[in-house]
Write a protein that binds this ligand. Sequence first.
Ligand SMILES: *[C@@H]1O[C@H](CO)[C@@H](O)[C@H](O)[C@H]1NC(C)=O
Ligand SMILES: *[C@@H]1O[C@H](CO)[C@@H](O)[C@H](O)[C@H]1NC(C)=O
Ligand SMILES: *[C@@H]1O[C@H](CO)[C@@H](O)[C@H](O)[C@H]1NC(C)=O
Length: 716
Amino acid sequence: MRFNMQMPLGLGSLWTFFSGLSHNGLTHHPSQPPSYPLAVRNPYLSAWMPSDRVHQLPSSEPQFWAGQELGWSVIVRVDGEAYSLMGVPDSESAPIIPATVRRAEFTSTHSLFDLTAGGIAFTLDFFSPVSPSNYLRHSIPFSYLTVHIEGAHGVEIQVYSDIDGRWTGQDDHSVHDFEERDGLVIHSLSVADAEKYSEANDMALWGDVILASRQSNSSTLSALAGDPKTVRSQFAQDGDLSGQESTWSRQNVVAVAHDLGSVTGGASVNFAVGYERKEAINYLGEAYTGYYRAYYPTTHEALSFFLDDYGDAFLESLKLDHEMVTFATAAAGPKYADIVALSTRQAYGGMDLTISNESLDTDDVLAFIKELSSDGNVNTIDVIMPAFPIYWVMDPNWIRLLLEPIMRYTDAGRWHLPYTIHDLGSHYPNAIGHDDQQAEAMPIEECGNLLILALAYAQATGDTGWTDQYMSIFRQYADYLIDNGVDIANQLSSNDAAGPLPNETNLAVKAAVGIKAFGELSGNEQYSKIGDERADLFFYEGLGTDEEQTHFVLQYPDFPKSWKTPYNLFPDVLLGLRTFSDEAYQMGSDFFSSVRGEFGVALDSRQDWAKSDWNMWLAGTFDTSTRDEFVDDLWAFMTNGKHNWPFSDRYVSTSKHGNEPGTPILCRARPTVGGHFALLALKGPASMQSLSDYKFAYDRPARKADKLRDNHISEL
Ligand SMILES: *[C@@H]1O[C@H](CO)[C@@H](O)[C@H](O)[C@H]1NC(C)=O
Ligand SMILES: *[C@@H]1O[C@H](CO)[C@@H](O)[C@H](O)[C@H]1NC(C)=O
Ligand SMILES: *[C@@H]1O[C@H](CO)[C@@H](O)[C@H](O)[C@H]1NC(C)=O
């Protein structure tokens, strides 16, 4: 695919399905999200544009997921006049004129902003590929910014972008590096003497911020670093950046500009923005690195590949975006399609896909997930669990890739407690285990989760080899659930913000389903029978319900008025276990309509806040009318314009405690939004996996590991 690829169709017309909301003439499509993902690919490459800034996009700066401001500007020049498309603060803008923002749009992989400047239509296309079956494409830690130009009539056009030192997480210690080779220019920014694997307010300090672009036949490239006012006004005046480099200082920007010369019709320019950590993860003391490094070990090679891959990645993304809307609309309507589209990049943006930095062995792939915004834990089982519907839909192998680091640790005998470990490390990217046995205790929660996830993987992929290998560990946890799943000791469940409880019904449900899942996984009917008996105890015999059987109670016995969303029934439905019966699933249908707040149903009878992921799980157990109420309520929260964080999975759903309904609480950008895919998941496993069949559409170079091996052999 050529670098200056021209769009066959206007991007807008391709993706217009529903009309959006209006703000100062600006429309949002398919609806207004709280924040637009710009470059969202892993826990440290996560730049967003709050949607309340979009109407002033020319002067608006994006944010890191945790809320820190980032400098990122885009300026164009039309016949000698400079216009800001994004990120030039008003105070610094002269002589740069703000463009007019017309339209904003998100799909599952793109955020698009249409602007006009100097009579020309520009589209900023922020594209973060999501390609979970194509490990090479998916693991590259860069995003595309493509500036499209349409409707030019022989005008001179130059396109410019810059980013600043704040992307490093510590701009007062930032240093700049620059490379220009084979037509590829690479600016990198890093923190001097940063400690490996260290963070500042969730931003990584030990990697390199990248801004890069490549010469094409139809443009002339220039680059510069320096004070933003100076660099931007030089571009505004001259249309290129061939100036004197100043010494780097914390307020500086790094910039790249393309001079396209005279343009008639359309043209486009690509930039790559990213954050590369060659030592990505510390797994039990060994460095793990991005999967792509087996093929492209240097930043230069990785960026060349990334820019070469644009055309294929783009075509794949169009197909994914389109089919996601189609499948999700068929599953639960257009509002549901909006919810899953906005959730996609965020769900995958909480993870890294890695191999050993030493062996670069591509047969040994591990995935890591960060518990963003709660505590930064690594591979938390009860984060993988709520998120798993998206893996089930997009590529169920990811369930194994995420669990394998934990299973190896457990199998090595380093975790001694009788129940499943909560996570693999207190803070990302240090997956160093808990040899002190001090992980957060959620005994029933995590045992049930692990068994259900293991069965989900085996069922979705047909691979029983992986689960067989760990069967004795799984059996230990199934036995734990049998021994401890009725008279349940005071303990936390996944929603630790709600505090611990003894005899929490939803945990008893999880235990029953987990035991049954182990029965299926092992083929041992004894366990399946016990799972069924537990379901009878809690439902038919009424231990877990009120007397009239209108709902499951929060806690048993003797708390008939209490309730909690029994979302742990969802995997029972999804995996066809039938531990519980249709009557048990349907019991809540009427009840939850009766406790619905302004923005839906709260987690339990004590709270005024809802968990969006669990609510989509629960919706998957209902008839369609109650299901649709849950979808409507989550969509209403997502689009209400009252908040501007990355998609929050925890929010005030009812005003009954006096809090403002429809506002988020604490949780930003969490990968748990993968749980929003629960309704799509019911259409079957891997239903969108075939989309990644572009995987071998290009020639792969020899693997670095093979090269290393060959070199080694020739040295002998
Ligand atoms: C771009 O330039 C290269 C080398 O000069 C040439 O082989 C190629 O055909 C050119 N591409 C276009 C589209 O003009
Ligand atoms: C990771 O690999 C690179 C070579 O690609 C090497 O320079 C570096 O020392 C390795 N890091 C560790 C921690 O092994
Ligand atoms: C938990 O439930 C069991 C079974 O009904 C009961 O025996 C036990 O007393 C309950 N524990 C608490 C703390 O209520």
